[in-house]
Ligand binder design. Structure first.
Ligand code: FAD
Ligand code: MLT
Ligand code: ZN
Length: 562
């Protein structure tokens, strides 16, 4: 039996069997906004949680550390000379289509708009990629997108579709001077049917707002992720984002019923079907799901939203080994079955990093090598509690988990989730992060983190305290329920030596285990060169043919993907 603990005032500590009393609570929507990032800003924690006895560690002052231009980081990459440079006449044309307001066009071609006004469009969330775009277009309608793309295609002007710019592979920012087509003004919900659960909405709707919209009629958007307050639903589809509840609701490939897309030549592909079943020919919309803006721009989506659960419980456990985490997962599937909605993994280093960066107090007093967060969502409070009690009793009495807490209020739900969702931002706290998003068979999943840590312990690049070392720490976390590991190497600065140590080592490691080098973040520019570790030559050739078919001039998001 695990030792008995004093109940903490904030969260109910899970103790001996039969003393558990999980409370069901109405389904809620958590609210997260990414801290706006500009060049002159320090990282700030995802949540406002803080505690006096755990002051956040000071982040190095990065005000001076400008993000390197991608063209400098990738000197082998040359601007494609087929692409025209934007002229005054082009800008005039775009004004005739979109109007002249600043909301529609950010123009640094014909006027003096300073570089700093473009920074939030040109640079990515990780502060790793930076383009040199001098023209941002923000269409408001599908017809405007169509006219803009048609013109760009005729004029050989390269473009980058952009949503909330929270992507983690450098796909949403230009490499050179590509025009950014930002979808944020296409933000209307077109319809929601509470009988079928089908939401039809424009691409620029923020994920959290889409969820709040359907929540009013007791439905849930079938995707949730840490960037929900910033990312856009069209881009979520374009990246085939996975997130925190894929285990329960499945991927975008399954939930998207229809898409409205604009092809590079301006053709509007209206496939905004609301049908669940439609076996009439090739399912072309699937190519745009995860297409990362390389074959067209998604302007609207039709998506199936499930009924929102009214009984949601969240528990956070400490475990002594990765084997115990796997056992806990097996038991969760067996005993919680259809009410299991998330099973997330965090290692000790990731929680310590989160604690140091955010100042938030961790839920458990003692440190454990592993933690997991389990969420259940069901429709019947009594039924769920019965199942959850049996599960908790089992994992505690069998010593599968060593300690745990369960949320009893919405605030506690938020603070438990923050321990998981806050890791991404915490990883950035010291200056930057090398991110690897991998599918690995579960039994071997965590070995990669151990091997990476060993490598950095041996190669003299890592120190938690000494600022002259580039690497701060190696952490592992992810969507255990989807066999999806996030290996993050937190660094004080982006450094070629660190990159050389990691790549292609990580990709070779994953390929040997028949894993995927990109589980959910996509390829962008970061993973483009490595696609061969996860896809055969035949597959890559077919992908290139698809790209050529839709975008013969190659104007859509060039230098990326394949
Ligand atoms: P952007 O970053 O602007 O664009 C992403 C890509 O889509 C780019 O290639 C862009 O060109 C293309 N694109 C954008 N809009 C369109 C469009 N309308 N049509 C065609 N192409 C388009 N991802 C996950 O999968 N799971 C997670 O759990 C997760 N958590 C995250 C947590 C944090 C804190 C952060 C910062 C990111 C996280 N991400 C996660 C990554 C990111 O949020 C997702 O990839 C998201 O879908 C990107 O949305 P966005 O609006 O920011 O798109
Ligand atoms: C997550 O699961 O938190 C996201 O995919 C973002 C990240 O990898 O940090
Ligand atoms: Zn993830």
């Amino acid at each position: 039996m695990p030792p008995l603990h004093r109940l903490t005032p904030a969260l109910r500590r899970l103790r001996a069997p039969n003393t558990l009393c999980p409370l069901s609570r109405p389904s809620t929507s958590r609210s997260f906004h990414l801290s706006p990032r500009t060049l002159d800003e320090k990282a700030s924690p995802t949540t406002s949680a803080s505690s006096a006895d755990h002051a956040p560690q000071e982040a190095p002052d990065r005000a001076q550390s400008k993000i390197k231009y991608t063209s400098d980081s990738y000197p082998d990459l040359k601007r494609d000379s087929r692409f025209k440079k934007v002229t005054k006449e082009d800008v005039e044309h775009f004004r005739s289509v979109l109007g002249s307001s600043e909301a529609a066009i950010l123009d640094g071609v014909t006027n003096e708009t300073g570089e700093e006004d473009f920074e939030s469009f040109n640079s990515d969330w990780m502060r790793k990629y930076r383009g040199q775009c001098r023209l941002v277009l923000k269409p408001e309608t599908t017809e405007q997108v169509s006219k803009v793309l048609k013109y760009c295609n005729e004029q050989m002007l390269a473009v980058v579709p952009q949503g909330g710019n929270s992507g983690l592979v450098g796909g949403s920012v230009p490499v050179f001077d590509e025009i950014i087509i930002n979808l944020s003004r296409m933000n209307q919900v077109r319809s929601f049917d509470d009988v079928s659960g089908v939401l039809v909405a424009e691409s620029g709707v923020i994920l959290q707002q889409a969820d709040e919209h359907v929540a009013k009629q007791s439905h849930i958007f079938p995707l949730d992720l840490g960037a929900k307050g910033t990312c856009q639903i069209g881009a979520n589809v374009a990246t085939n984002a996975g997130g925190l509840r894929l285990l329960r609701y499945g991927s975008m490939h399954g939930n998207i019923l229809g898409l409205e897309c604009v092809l590079p030549d301006g053709t509007i592909m209206d496939d905004l079907s609301k049908l669940r079943k439609n076996n009439t020919g090739y399912d072309l919309k699937q190519l745009f799901i995860g297409g990362e803006g390389t074959i067209g721009i998604i302007t609207a989506i039709s998506i199936l939203c499930p009924q929102r659960s009214n009984a949601v419980n969240v528990a956070y456990f400490g475990l002594e080994s990765y084997e115990k985490v796997m056992e806990a997962f097996k038991e969760a599937k067996k005993q919680l079955g259809e009410i299991l909605s998330a099973f997330e993994l965090m290692d000790a280093a990731s929680q310590s990093l989160y604690h140091k960066a955010s100042g938030a107090k961790l839920p458990l007093e003692a440190e454990h090598p592993f933690y997991c967060l389990i969420e259940t969502s069901g429709s019947n409070t009594e039924h769920d509690s019965e199942k959850l009690n049996a599960f908790l009793e089992h994992v505690m009495s069998e010593e599968i988990v060593s300690d745990g807490v369960m949320a009893e209020s919405e605030t506690q739900v938020q603070s438990l989730w923050a321990c998981r969702e806050g890791i991404s931002e915490a990883g950035q706290h010291w200056g930057g992060v090398y991110k690897y998003d991998l599918s690995i068979p579960l039994p071997e999943l965590y070995e990669l983190v151990e091997d990476a840590r060993k490598m950095f312990e041996g190669n003299g690049l890592m120190s938690a305290e000494d600022e002259s070392f580039p690497v701060v720490d190696v952490v592992g976390y992810g969507h255990m329920g989807d066999s999806n590991l996030h290996l993050n190497v937190a660094v004080r600065r982006y450094d070629k030596e660190v990159e050389k140590a990691l790549e292609p080592w990580v990709y070779e490691w994953v390929a040997k285990r028949q894993g995927s080098i990109s589980a959910e973040h996509g390829l962008g520019i970061a993973k483009k060169a490595y696609i061969g570790y996860s896809r055969s030559e035949t597959m890559i050739k077919l992908m290139k043919q698809v790209k050529g078919l839709f975008d013969p001039n190659g104007i859509m998001n060039p230098y990326k993907y394949i």
